[in-house]
Design a protein around this ligand. Structure first.
Ligand SMILES: Nc1nc2c(ncn2[C@@H]2O[C@H](COP(=O)(O)OP(=O)(O)OP(=O)(O)O)[C@@H](O)[C@H]2O)c(=O)[nH]1
Ligand SMILES: [Mg+2]
Length: 322
């Protein structure tokens, strides 16, 4: 009972925008600590208002710089902003975390903005889930714009931006970063292409390549979704093109709402999310505390042909009470 009251208090503090309470909530989610679920239950009815913008692209394309400038743009227009930077930091250095903190320091004294880095390792139930839950916390705390930065390298990272209402994919000239070399998964999630470092040589060629690729995209051929991802040029370091970019985001948002695609995307998202939650719940129950050991011993029995994999799975299911 005492626990319940304190979680209700905690949730109230989060909703009031208390930075420490928000921070603690996200840490609890990161660590999958037991109060996380109860807290999210309390907060969930107060979510659904934030606009989530995913920012992804290859390492070093300027995501953090762009997020920083976008945040400043929205703050200047009176909007509250939350930032989640998913850092691909190796467990040994912590360099990227520090880099992002320092770069975004310009906002350190502004209470209308909340910035948080999350590591990419060790989330049972997935990075995408932890990030999505952190976004719910910021949403319930009244942040109107939530920017999620993630490096577009692995499927895990790309999954993170699927929860965003609008996804920006950064591309830069040079670096052998030609369209042909881009990860297909990354191209598919783009609602808007941001051609950053546009002052560099090769920007025109890259833009032409992107347009050529977009014309070949199935949606363009089959008269699919009315939205064709535009290519917006920016020089994030100088804040150039940020106005054009936020205009494009706004146009995308309006088009999505009018066409009803926004709603179908949200439904699809929750369908996936429920499946993921179910999967996590089942895995937790089936593998329990000594899960790794159970899994290893079953795997070795199967490898040695002492047991067949189908029976092994039945055994795991029965551990989950199924
Ligand atoms: N010339 C130029 N440099 C830029 C521009 N935008 C960002 N940079 C620089 O590119 C480097 C990487 O920028 P970040 O914002 O850290 O890039 P990132 O994509 O967040 O990097 P990771 O998070 O490590 O993947 C920094 O040195 C920036 O100053 C730009 O428009 N032009
Ligand atoms: Mg970054």
């Amino acid at each position: 009972m005492a626990e319940k009251v304190s979680i209700a208090n905690w949730a109230a503090q989060v909703r009031a925008g208390d930075t420490r309470a928000i921070s603690r909530a996200i840490t609890t989610i990161e660590n999958s600590d037991p109060p996380a679920e109860e807290l999210l239950r309390e907060l969930f009815p107060f979510t659904g208002r934030a606009y989530l913008i995913g920012v992804t692209g290859a390492p070093g394309t300027g995501k953090s710089t762009l997020v920083d400038k976008l945040a400043a743009h929205y703050r200047a227009r009176g909007k509250t902003v939350g930032i989640i930077a998913v850092d691909p930091t190796s467990p040994y250095t912590g360099g990227a975390v520090l880099g992002d903190r320092i770069r975004m320091q310009g906002h350190a004294t502004d209470s209308g903005i909340f910035i948080r880095s999350m590591a990419t390792r060790g989330f049972f139930g997935g990075l995408a889930r932890a990030t999505a839950d952190a976004a719910l916390v910021l949403d319930s705390a009244g942040k109107q714009i939530v920017l999620i930065e993630t490096v577009g390298v692995g499927q895990d990272e790309i999954d993170v931006v699927r929860l965003a209402e609008c996804t920006l994919v950064l591309v830069v000239p040079g670096l052998g970063d030609d369209v042909q070399n881009m990860k297909a998964g990354l191209m598919e999630v783009a609602d808007i292409f941001v051609l950053n470092k546009a002052e560099r040589e090769g920007a025109d060629r890259l833009e032409q390549q992107l347009h050529a690729m977009l014309e070949l995209a199935p949606s363009a051929k089959k008269g699919g979704p009315a939205w064709q991802p535009p290519v917006v040029r920016t020089t994030a370091t100088e804040g150039k093109g940020i106005g054009e970019l936020t205009d494009a985001i706004e146009r995308f948002h309006e088009q999505r709402q009018e066409s009803g695609e926004q709603r179908s995307k949200i439904l699809e998202y929750w369908k996936q999310r429920l499946l993921l939650l179910l999967e996590t719940e089942l895995l937790t129950r089936a593998l329990g505390n000594d899960g790794q050991r159970v899994l290893e011993s079953l795997a070795s029995e199967v490898a040695e042909r002492k047991k067949n994999p189908y029976t092994a799975v039945r055994e795991l299911l029965s551990r989950a009470g199924l």
